[in-house]
Design a protein around this ligand. Structure first.
Ligand SMILES: [Zn+2]
Length: 135
């Protein structure tokens, strides 16, 4: 067996002022922004022990933000009258994000009814080319 790898013990939340984006890294990861891949404008916001709960919280939070971002893009696109092709791409991304969220919830065994503060899906219906989807 090769020598034991060091195990990360601390989850550090950083804020990148270039991207106005916060993200979590372990104490063994290089502190680089997950958006711009740079580390020169980072502020350390929080340190906490790595627990399954801390990781789950972090994942759910970034997914929630991803969903909010996609939904915002979709809604402003609808207002500006985006092309059907772009609308389909956005809807597909939203469906994928929703599936991913459900996947993570299952992986962590999170029951939705235990977590009423977590939004599920986009809470809406979309119709495109006569096909309706719940998002
Ligand atoms: Zn950044």
């Amino acid at each position: 067996m090769p020598s034991k790898k060091p195990t990360p013990t601390t989850l550090i939340t950083y804020f990148c002022s270039r991207c106005t984006w916060d993200f979590a890294r372990s104490d063994l990861d290089a502190p680089t922004c997950t958006m711009c891949c740079k580390g020169d404008r980072l502020t350390e916001m929080k340190r906490e022990p790595i627990t399954p709960q801390a990781i789950e919280e972090g994942m759910m939070r970034s997914m929630d933000r991803l969903m909010t971002g996609l939904r915002g893009a979709y809604e402003s696109g609808k207002k500006q009258g985006i092309a059907d092709d772009d609308e389909i791409l956005l809807l597909e991304a939203m469906v994928k994000a929703k599936n991913l969220q459900e996947h993570v919830e299952r992986a962590f065994g999170t029951r939705v009814n235990k977590r009423p503060h977590l939004r599920r899906g986009f809470g809406g219906q979309a119709r495109i080319h006569g096909i309706s989807m719940s998002l």
